[in-house]
Design a protein around this ligand. Structure first.
Ligand SMILES: *[C@@H]1O[C@H](CO)[C@@H](O)[C@H](O)[C@H]1NC(C)=O
Ligand SMILES: *[C@@H]1O[C@H](CO)[C@@H](O)[C@H](O)[C@H]1NC(C)=O
Ligand SMILES: *[C@@H]1O[C@H](CO)[C@@H](O)[C@H](O)[C@H]1NC(C)=O
Ligand SMILES: *[C@@H]1O[C@H](CO)[C@@H](O)[C@H](O)[C@H]1NC(C)=O
Ligand SMILES: *[C@@H]1O[C@H](CO)[C@@H](O)[C@H](O)[C@H]1NC(C)=O
Length: 558
């Protein structure tokens, strides 16, 4: 047995040694940098605002980048553009076929070599913008000259750029460059030279938790990678030194990485040195995750500074393959937090949102967050408030002990202070921080909120004692016993004397029923239902026993 295993191991070694980059699986080009399980996009620097100058002119800056081997003519179509100033700068010589528009003024930065053609007549009139060393200098010049900047767009190897005449809808007043997907700008349509196949990938379907490996070989100069990962997966991020990874949509992922990673605004230092050799990666990954297979392996050779990457589990049928991912809306709170309420300190049964909490009862709350696999997380609560319409009150809380592993935060509250408030619907809101103890990092405070209904506590003014089930049964049984004893006594008297004593017996039965049913104004018929779970069997059994109490003496009388 052992020798067979060794033989297989040797065979495997030979195989992996023979095919280097196919050490993990058979790598294939990903046409268009997009398929079912992976999408790769370049992010370029740009910005846009809703700026228009006083006379209604928009100000757009185009920065053209071209790879030396791809020198084609660019078609620039501004026929339906709003009145604009279009400033063009380019890293290399360009030829532009212009579909023009008299309300659009074209500026070209000094030193940029651009030859314009108009389809019908010679060349258009253009203006000169000063030479600038950097994008920010150009932005500054445009803002000073025209009063503001509507957009800045970087286009790599464009074939056609069309202004659609739509208005920019971004709110900021200044155009601050940031990595963006140029396709998100609806007022400019970019047709770029199809990206060369700079992504190779393979995917093997298998059961169990998937492991996705992304490798950027050391000769590729990517600096920033924005990744969107499937939840519940194990991921390996490997890149050249100076690569930074930013993980979006914080799902539950386990991570292994050799570069700094930013997760939920928290910067994590590199974990482990990993070479870019697929064979070494394979070994490291299988050992690290104690696994026998890798779900997907991808190699990226797109040589640009910012890229965006989506990895999807193609087993996840809820994501149609054709749907192009769009840039997610920025959200203020990245971390999904939730708060559950419980009526008892055992934290077993959560209160459902519609059930009412009695204001004199203590309420137990549990605040939890998704954890990130290997990063143990603790939740720190700084303050809590309750609010209902205009009323806002600070809410004192007590931390509850918790002994389970990976325990969420447990608190308890008393809502007594809401006793005299007219409103019954309240929001309980706590300011919390998430802390990753292992890297000594806490997020900024974020709010976690939960609505609850409160029911004022009405102290029992009634002098009568409450009839519980045991009281009812006790009375019923007592009545039965008295009945049996009386019947026995009467029977005894009848045998001894020969005279029935019917009258006395009837009055006893009447007294009995008065005592058990209507003796108090708060009798059984008016009994309050049990607050949490009124049980129908309880009432019916009580009725049944009353029935038998009454019938026993009467029937025995006949
Ligand atoms: C220029 O763009 C407009 C709007 O998209 C379009 O209607 C027109 O056909 C384009 N012109 C050329 C020559 O492609
Ligand atoms: C509007 O202002 C811009 C920049 O100040 C100028 O280039 C353009 O000619 C003006 N347009 C009109 C119609 O006055
Ligand atoms: C990537 O681009 C940089 C400059 O932008 C260049 O120095 C480097 O050789 C390129 N690498 C590859 C693999 O093309
Ligand atoms: C936390 O808050 C500070 C100050 O309000 C802000 O500068 C910083 O960017 C915030 N950090 C995160 C991760 O949101
Ligand atoms: C590794 O996985 C195997 C089987 O999947 C399991 O028996 C073993 O205990 C695991 N080892 C560790 C260190 O977790």
């Amino acid at each position: 047995m052992r020798s067979i295993t060794r033989f297989i191991a040797v065979l495997l070694c030979l195989r992996t040694a023979a095919s280097d980059s196919n050490a993990i699986c058979e790598l294939k080009d990903v046409p268009g940098n997009s398929n079912d399980w992976i999408v790769l996009q370049e992010k370029s620097l740009g910005c846009w605002t809703d700026f228009t100058s006083l006379n209604g002119t928009e100000v757009h800056i185009l920065k053209l980048l071209s790879s030396p081997e791809k020198h084609t003519m660019l078609e620039l179509n501004v026929t339906v553009a709003n009145p604009s100033v279009v400033i063009i700068t380019s890293s290399s010589a360009q030829t532009i076929l212009l579909q023009d528009n008299p309300t659009v003024n074209i500026y070209v930065t000094y030193g940029t070599s651009i030859t314009f053609y108009l389809p019908t007549r010679g060349s258009p009139q253009t203006h000169v913008a000063p030479f600038t060393n950097s994008d920010s200098e150009l932005l500054k010049w445009a803002a000073e000259t025209f009063g503001g900047v509507t957009s800045f767009t970087t286009a790599r190897d464009p074939m056609a750029i069309t202004f659609t005449g739509m208005k920019g809808t971004q709110q900021p007043s200044t155009c601050d460059l940031q990595p963006e997907i140029a396709a998100d700008k609806q007022f400019i349509e970019l047709k770029l030279t199809p990206p060369p196949d700079e992504l190779k990938s393979c995917y093997t379907k298998h059961s169990g938790e998937p492991i996705h490996v992304i490798n950027i070989p050391d000769d590729v100069k990517i600096r920033h990678v924005y990744v969107h990962l499937p939840s519940k997966s194990k991921v390996v991020l490997r890149g050249p030194a100076n690569t930074e990874w930013t993980i979006h949509d914080n799902h539950e992922v386990k991570l292994l990485y050799n570069n700094p990673v930013t997760l939920n605004g928290m910067k994590l230092p590199p974990r482990k040195t990993i070479s870019d050799d697929p064979r070494e990666i394979r070994q490291t990954v299988l050992f690290y995750y104690n696994s026998t297979s890798i779900t997907s392996y991808s190699e990226i050779r797109l040589n640009v500074s910012h890229i965006q990457l989506w990895i999807r589990d193609n087993t996840d049928s809820s994501v149609p393959a054709e749907v192009k991912p769009t840039t997610p809306a920025p959200s203020s709170s990245l971390v999904p937090l939730q708060m559950q309420l419980f009526s008892s300190p055992d934290y077993m049964l959560p209160l459902d949102p519609s059930s009412k909490v009695q204001s004199d009862k203590r309420v137990y709350a549990e605040i939890s967050s998704q954890s990130f696999g290997e990063f143990p997380l603790s939740i720190k609560v700084s303050s809590c408030q309750v609010r209902s319409m205009a009323v806002v009150r600070d809410m004192l809380f007590k931390e509850e002990a918790c002994y389970i592993k990976d325990c969420p935060k447990r608190l308890s509250f008393s809502f007594k202070m809401l006793q005299d408030q007219p409103s019954s619907s309240w929001d309980l809101e706590c300011a919390v921080k998430l802390c990753y103890e292992s890297v000594k990092f806490c997020t900024n405070e974020t709010q976690v909120k939960r609505n609850f209904q409160v029911k004022p506590y009405i102290p029992n003014q009634n002098p009568c004692f409450e009839f519980g089930l045991s009281a009812v049964l006790g009375i019923a049984f007592g009545g039965f016993l008295i009945g049996v004893l009386l019947t026995g006594a009467l029977w005894f008297i009848k045998i001894r004397t020969g005279h029935p004593v019917a009258l006395g017996m009837r009055s006893t039965a009447a007294e009995l029923s008065v005592l058990s049913i209507s003796g108090c104004p708060c009798g059984l018929t008016k009994r309050q239902p049990v607050p949490t779970h009124p049980s129908p069997s309880e009432n019916s059994s009580a009725n049944a026993s009353i029935g038998s109490t009454q019938s026993t003496p009467t029937s025995s009388m006949a």
